[in-house]
Design a protein around this ligand. Structure first.
Ligand code: SAM
Length: 273
């Protein structure tokens, strides 16, 4: 089968303001729906592992097994390797790859995991088919993605509404699907996966510290990440509109009564034994 051309551009890139968010992630806050099926000797593939904090947590949960972190971007894998080395983990390895055409034989892994990846890829159904192919019979395919249209916050803000509308437009123009969470089950069924458990999970940001962190990183990435460059280059927004969106984030973050919830779709699929 010829290697597919990746049609999507990864919306966020790996600017410091983006990695500030990704490195906060843990298996507990981002993969809790998966943890109950893990066994100490499992072999796991973590696709789109980014800077690798979830990857490293998974590795510590399979001390007699192994975790392979895979990402399309070689640069961020250096950070993932450093994360694993810094925690003294000997059961990890990292490789460049593309979820649409995984360079592994059929039936290789006990668990194939992807967190916040399928929303960014050109063909999520093909990606899930590939994930299923490299999963062992009886093993699991585990996927979690945010659903941007379902993000909700208080107090209401026209500037934040504009930010969300713009983000979704840019992500779609990049070839992705920002409202991925609600679609995961349907993509899994279209990929031929049969034993699919579909659920949901949330992140909530409300305390002073949480609001300062969440609003600060979104304000910064709105004006300084790869997203900002694409938004302007493609004519979706002017620099002034991006600065206004960043300001709306900061104003939300300064509100004592501010509250923000991110809804995620989650699927745990068992490959037929
Ligand atoms: C939003 S980040 C998620 C990182 C990590 N899973 C986490 O949750 O912290 C998405 C990652 O997927 C990678 N990615 C995007 N398209 C990919 C593809 N087609 N194949 C493999 N990785 C891809 C990006 O380079 C990026 O590091």
């Amino acid at each position: 089968m010829p290697a597919p051309r990746e049609t999507a551009v990864y919306t966020h890139g790996h600017h410091e303001s983006v990695l500030r968010s990704h490195t906060w992630r843990t298996a507990a806050n981002s993969a809790a729906y998966l943890l109950g099926v893990l066994r100490p000797d499992m072999r796991i593939l973590d696709i789109g592992c980014g800077p690798g904090t979830i990857t490293a947590d998974l590795a510590s949960l399979v001390p007699d097994g192994h975790v392979t972190g895979l990402d399309r971007a070689p640069g961020v894998l250096e950070q993932a390797r450093a994360t694993a080395a810094g925690r003294g983990l000997a059961n990890t390895s990292f490789t460049v790859g593309n979820v649409h055409a995984l360079d592994f034989p059929d039936d290789t892994f006990c668990v194939v995991h992807a967190h916040q990846v399928l929303q960014h890829v050109g063909d999520p159904v093909r990606a899930l088919r590939e994930m299923g192919r490299v999963t062992r019979p009886g093993g699991y395919i585990a996927v979690r993605d945010a659903d941007y249209a379902a993000m909700t916050w208080y107090p209401p803000s026209r500037g934040m509404d504009d930010w969300l509308e713009l983000y979704r437009r840019v992500a779609r123009a990049n070839g992705g699907e920002p409202d991925a969470g609600r679609r995961l089950k349907s993509w899994a069924l279209a990929a031929g996966l049969t034993d699919v458990t579909a659920g949901s999970g949330t992140w909530t940001f409300s305390t002073d510290e949480e609001r300062a962190w969440w609003s600060g990183l979104w304000a910064d990435r709105t004006v300084a990440s790869a997203y900002a460059g694409r938004a302007v280059e493609q004519g979706h927004a002017t620099g002034g509109q991006l600065r206004a969106a960043a300001q709306a984030w900061r104003e939300w973050g300064a509100r004592d009564d501010g509250w923000f919830s991110v809804l995620h779709g989650e699927i745990l699929c068992r490959k037929e034994a």
